[in-house]
Design a protein around this ligand. Structure first.
Ligand SMILES: [Cu+2]
Length: 119
């Protein structure tokens, strides 16, 4: 029954592709939530973010290899911290202004710096 086998392979390939597609897309920001990924090469996936003043919510994801945290440098306040492979959420009250978000895990800060503009 070569025909049946071909159909099965096609379905499996489609499923595999769908799974890959999800991994490759940047995380979608749900309503007003800023999604940020701490990558294994000690960089952020996004280095510029914008938010409205008030309660700013973050979704922080660590890639599989390294732990990270998210600190608003100007306020010296940690918003969230994730273990490898974990996604966590956190929020912070921010007034209008420009902030720098960093990871303070030793050795990360030099390359993990992004700018958050709050309007
Ligand atoms: Cu880090």
């Amino acid at each position: 029954m070569p025909r049946t086998r071909t159909a099965l392979i096609a379905v499996t390939a489609a499923l595999a592709l769908a799974a890959c597609g999800n991994d490759d897309e940047p995380p979608e920001a749900a309503d007003g939530v800023l999604a940020l990924v701490g990558q294994d090469d000690l960089t952020w996936d996004v280095e510029e973010l914008e938010a409205e003043a008030g309660t700013v919510e973050f979704e922080l994801t660590c890639e599989d290899g390294v732990e990270h945290n998210l600190v608003i440098d100007e306020l010296d306040e940690e918003v969230a911290a994730c273990d490898p492979g974990e996604t966590v959420t956190g929020s912070i009250e921010l007034d209008e202004g420009e902030y720098t978000y960093i990871c303070t895990v030793p050795g990360h800060e030099a390359t993990m710096r992004g700018t958050l503009t709050v309007n």
